[in-house]
Design a protein around this ligand. Structure first.
Ligand SMILES: NC(=O)c1ccc[n+]([C@@H]2O[C@H](COP(=O)([O-])OP(=O)(O)OC[C@H]3O[C@@H](n4cnc5c(N)ncnc54)[C@H](OP(=O)(O)O)[C@@H]3O)[C@@H](O)[C@H]2O)c1
Length: 270
């Protein structure tokens, strides 16, 4: 098994990406933490900040080229950069929905495609995609976020089959609520701010619950440990839901009828 020595993490300036970068570096890996800000939450030896917008193909390609030039290798990429938009599907502008997909989906594709040639010529590489439990369950007023996370999970699983026999492995991590900058960075659609919205009361209840759950959620280190574990395994798991309670939720969603699941989620989140 090829030891993982050099890792690129997108969205490394905050939250899950920053915690994962620190943890991997503490386990002897050299980590390039990329973000638009290009800064680190806490300066850490062996974590190198990179300025890189995943929406910019050229910047993404150059960042990977820079790592290869400096290190002579790239063993893994953690595809983590993401934002969340909030609002009712009715009235969401096409541009708002496209922005959600631009960063979380097309940004992920740009990152993966920038890394694949190096992984292929090395004969090894690991692609860990940070999805969400919302890849397998949907919540109201986060319809586009749920959709983009489901799309990312599909992408990761299709890719894992395409890459069979290449020495390149894929793993999708599906976190539940994590206390990070994600809540504060959430983008509200114009329709969500409409004082005459027919969804006004539903959204008020919903937002209170999701913000409460996120801010009281698990620490990003829990997700960092799940990622580290995959990087240390000979064969990565195709899909990982960290923490037992969320694993159980994932199993319930899989085996219960969709109608039952949606009615339970609707009671909790509407
Ligand atoms: N928090 C949760 O409850 C939760 C649950 C499940 C999944 N997730 C997923 O976990 C991932 C990380 O989120 P987080 O919770 O750690 O939130 P966060 O603290 O807001 O971190 C998001 C990171 O993404 C970066 N980013 C955003 N847009 C970018 C772009 N265009 N190019 C490059 N970097 C970009 C941000 O840095 P800059 O602003 O400097 O670019 C930041 O480093 C996301 O994909 C999110 O969907 C989060």
């Amino acid at each position: 098994m090829e030891e993982v020595k050099v890792v690129l993490i997108t969205g490394g300036s905050s939250g899950i990406g920053a915690a994962t970068a620190r943890l991997l570096a503490a386990h002897g890996m050299k980590v390039y933490a990329a973000s638009r800000r290009g800064t680190l939450q806490t300066p850490t030896p062996d974590v190198i900040p990179l300025s890189m917008d995943v929406n910019d193909s050229e910047a993404t390609r150059l960042a990977v080229a820079h790592i290869l030039q400096a290190e002579g290798r790239l063993d893994a990429v953690v595809v983590n950069a993401g934002i969340g938009i909030y609002g009712p599907i009715e009235g969401t502008l096409e541009e708002e929905a496209r922005n959600q997909f631009e960063t979380n989906y097309f940004g992920a594709i740009k990152t993966i495609q920038a890394c694949l040639p190096a992984f292929r010529s090395q004969g090894h590489g690991r692609i860990i995609t940070v999805c969400s439990v919302m890849s397998v369950l949907q919540l109201p007023f986060q319809g586009f976020y749920s959709s983009v996370k489901a799309a990312l999970l599909s992408l990761s699983q299709s890719l894992s089959m395409e890459l069979k026999g290449s020495g390149i492995q894929c793993s999708a991590i599906l976190p539940g609520d994590v206390a990070t900058g994600f809540t504060g960075a959430r983008k509200f659609t114009a329709a969500s701010k409409d004082p005459a919205s027919p969804y006004k009361e539903q959204m008020e209840r919903n937002l209170k619950k999701i913000e409460h759950d996120e801010l009281g959620g698990m620490s990003p280190e829990v997700i960092g440990r799940a990622i580290l574990k995959q990087l240390q395994r000979r064969h990565m798991a195709v899909r990982v839901i960290p923490r037992l309670d969320y694993k159980l939720v994932g199993m319930l969603v899989r085996f219960l009828p969709a109608k039952t699941v949606l009615s339970a989620l609707s009671r909790l989140y509407n």
